[in-house]
Design a protein around this ligand. Sequence first.
Ligand code: NAP
Length: 547
Amino acid sequence: MNTQIKDAPEKVSPQHEVIIIGAGVAGIYQLYRLKELKVDAVVLEAAGGLGGTWYHNRYPGCRFDSESYTYGFSFSKELLDEWHWKERFSGQPENLRYLTHVAHKFDLRKHMQFNAKVASAHYDEISDIWRVHLADGRDLTSRFLITGLGLLSAPTLPKLADMDSFKGPSFHTYYWPHEPIDLRGKRVAVIGTGATGVQVIAEIADKVGDLTVFQRRPNWCAPLNNGPISEAEMADIRKRYDQIFETCLRTPGGFEHEPDRRGFYEVSREERIALWDRLYGEPGFGIWLCNFREIFTDEVANAEFSEYIAGRIRARIKDPVLAEKLIPKDHGFGIQRVPLETRYYEAYNRENVHLVDIRETPIERITPTGLKTTAAEYEFDVIIYATGFDAITGSFDRIDIRGVGGQRLSDKWADGPVTFLGMQVHGFPNFITIAGPQSGSASTNFPRGIEVGVDWVMRVLKYTWEHKYTRVEPTPEAEERWTRHVANMYSTMLMRKAKGWFTGYNSNVAGHEAGKIRHLVYNGGSPKYRATITQVADEDFKGMVFR
Ligand code: NAP
């Protein structure tokens, strides 16, 4: 008898305990926490430097719409004491300097590899490790794969005819050139009027020769009300940091802004107007987040408030016909992400700024010298695409991620993400998505959510190490429950009716063009999310399987 004894495949040890993809806010903090414990971790970053969003988005006007001092990391008193935020809503160059300073101060850079674009990550079930392949041909392995990919890091361009034919510079705002580009006196086109387009338009309107904005749907925008932070104010903020971060932990959005607890219908119209008048003049997201909660859930309340904002817009634009074009008619205030602006509406009062409504006259094609709509041909020196992102799941889809049995993550998520707590996926062991789709960390003032998410991830990792496990993943039942919970919350929110990135809408991505909602965002608010993930950890990670 001829018996063949087949060797059992050998387990291999990983090169690194943890690979983190992305050197933005999430990757930096995750690396910091691992290095505190002297864990062997490496960050792989596709870009040429750290900073994520703040590395890429160098367009004029790019700035926080979180109060700067609520955006900084809270983990180091020394860091809080030494950093002076110069503006209430700090601009991109300063934000990138801050993150660079953090990485330098905590000696994190030496654990980061730049221009290290992850092409694929495959789970090896024999060894319980991740095999990561880089676009430059290198291969790495790790026990855990943690993603800090960012929410809005897969930019999307429109699919217009002859896009490459334009002879001048043209680029997506995410890829704004690193070398200075002089727009003075130039004829500039901006396509897109989301939060990015709104910032660019307001910033360049008085600097360029001529600016033409191609708008498909207007957004509801409100004033940022930015201003400088003096030495004395900063000293006061430093004294109050504990209290500021405590407030941020308590509020649904992770900001200092707290919802008005009065019922919309319990107060008179005069009282509502008084609140809105005050909020319109205050800095930041107060107008959205300090409002009555019914604004988010009740059509009548939302319509009344939207009409109030429409009045504000009308008052700021000289030409009444133009004003109507800038007022959304297809959705109410705040059910899509609200862009905060500085003199945005006033830009349209300038003679050198023109608005083209491309629902009336769609763009037919890009030409060597500009673009052509159904009504006219335009000549430009520069074309700026502020056309948004394949939100949250897009950056996962751009990596070939495969779990147990070779299952592709992009297939599993084809109809929308399926996750446990927005941080783990069944069939993808040892894979942790900080601020992944459906995580509370993704739908809050970002660093506040990141700190909560990463601190929970550290509990998972420590538990795994202490028990000498090599594999952790959620059960399918726990994942199904979480995904249903996230979907159910959409059903109470007016947001479900919006065509914005909160519902996974993107007209430039096949399968995401309206219609079916993709439940990308957790809407329960940050305190509830924190309580839920803490309870999971306290109950020995109920819903997760370790071995
Ligand atoms: P966005 O909100 O998705 O806006 C994209 C814009 O481009 C929309 O006006 C969209 O029109 C238009 N567009 C897309 N495809 C088009 C096409 N094929 N033809 C014509 N127009 C097209 O993207 P974003 O402005 O980059 O903002 C994304 C998110 O980034 C924001 O919601 C926010 O969360 C974040 N952000 C934050 C800050 C900040 O913190 N300060 C600043 C900027 C951005 P439709 O509406 O008709 O689709």
